[in-house]
Ligand binder design. Structure first.
Ligand code: SF4
Length: 121
């Protein structure tokens, strides 16, 4: 189950949490499964990317050129006054929180390669 990519499909909408007649709290179960899977290096590529964005920019969704342009057109500064704007400063808050970010274990490439071999044969 910890290698099942389906555990990464939950959007954490919490509808099951509210509707479950047995108070199973499936979202909590899924989050625990993801935590264990991540410790084993089985994190989905998309979630791994989000962790990288957070670590490098302080934003889960990076600000691209189109967003920068829209901001300027709306009369805003090109970058919001968040850590993203100050990410290159030596003593930025982003640098301070880096010590609290965890390093993801490496992706288990050998497992991926093995799976590809099985699928192609
Ligand atoms: S498992 Fe629950 S929280 Fe996750 S997407 Fe489905 S209904 Fe939403």
């Amino acid at each position: 189950m910890l290698e099942d990519p389906d555990i990464w499909l939950c959007t954490t909408c919490y509808q099951c949490y509210e509707r479950c007649p047995r108070d199973v709290r499936p979202t909590d179960v899924i989050m625990e499964l993801r935590n264990y899977a991540t410790k084993l290096g089985n994190i989905s590529p998309n979630h791994r990317a989000v962790v990288g964005y957070l670590k490098n920019t302080g934003h889960a969704v990076p600000i691209n050129d189109a967003v920068r342009k829209q901001r300027v057109e709306l009369g805003l500064e090109e970058l919001p006054p968040t850590m993203y704007k100050f990410k290159d400063e030596k003593n930025s808050d982003l640098k301070k929180i880096e010590k609290y970010m965890f390093d993801l274990p490496p992706v288990k490439e050998e497992k991926k390669d093995k799976k590809k071999d099985e699928e192609s044969s």
